[in-house]
Write a protein that binds this ligand. Structure first.
Ligand SMILES: C[S@@+](CC[C@H](N)C(=O)[O-])C[C@H]1O[C@@H](n2cnc3c(N)ncnc32)[C@H](O)[C@@H]1O
Length: 204
């Protein structure tokens, strides 16, 4: 309660409205999105619901329109995979979080190699895949940016329909693909900004 929550790529505002319950009346939620139409829509939705502790700011999450160390919590759903410079966004998250603050981000990642065309078709099926990177690389980026207590809170394989897979695999291969660790995954990752910063370069 009383937290400042920042929602990256806030779209129509749905997640910001959920985060509002956690922030409470004494807290605040700030949604950031670079699409003017989404900002307008989110502001209209907030107004219709009579929410006065939710604010939407237009801007790029690679260069957030926020001062440093302002947020207790950063959330985001299905956005980082769309951003080419993921390292830049993670650095920005570190900058805007207060020491001891945390993020919880839901996103799409890949594991193993997928046939290139399959990735294209899967994109048409579920969206949010273009720009997705390997899970390991994603987690390493978070670690390299000095976050701690990195935890995967949820992980679910996205099941691609058989009619798409059958263009690339035999029936047997489809079975083993669905059971394997290779594929497209929806994950929620949690990590904390350290409370205090005692290593050289940690505060940069
Ligand atoms: C797939 S939608 C997700 C919206 C919302 N998070 C949800 O779950 O309903 C992605 C949103 O991210 C925004 N977006 C994508 N790249 C962005 C960036 N670099 N900076 C700010 N917003 C971005 C888009 O404008 C879009 O509203």
């Amino acid at each position: 309660m009383g937290d400042v929550v920042v929602d990256l790529g806030s779209g129509a505002g749905n997640d910001a409205f959920i985060a509002r319950h956690e922030a409470g009346e004494s807290g605040k939620v700030i949604g950031i999105d670079f699409t003017p139409a989404m900002i307008e829509k989110a502001r209209r939705n907030a107004e219709l619901r009579g929410y006065n502790n939710v604010e939407f700011r237009q801007g790029d999450i690679e260069k957030m329109p926020l001062t440093s160390e302002v947020a207790d919590v950063v959330v985001s759903n299905c956005v980082l995979n769309l951003v080419p410079n993921k390292d830049g966004v993670i650095k920005e998250i570190f900058r805007v979080l207060k020491p001891g603050g945390h993020f919880s981000i839901s996103d799409i990642v890949l594991e193993g190699q997928l046939p290139k065309n399959l990735q294209g078709d899967a994109e048409m099926y579920s969206g949010c895949i273009s720009g997705a990177i390997q899970k390991q690389v994603y987690l390493e980026l978070i670690e390299q940016n000095k976050f701690v207590n990195i935890t995967i809170q949820k992980e679910k394989k996205i099941i691609i329909p058989k009619d798409i897979l059958s263009s690339y695999f035999s029936q047997e291969e489809i079975l083993s693909f669905n059971e394997s660790q290779s594929g497209i995954f929806s994950i929620t990752v949690y990590a904390e900004k350290p409370e205090s910063c005692c290593e050289p370069g940690c505060c940069n």
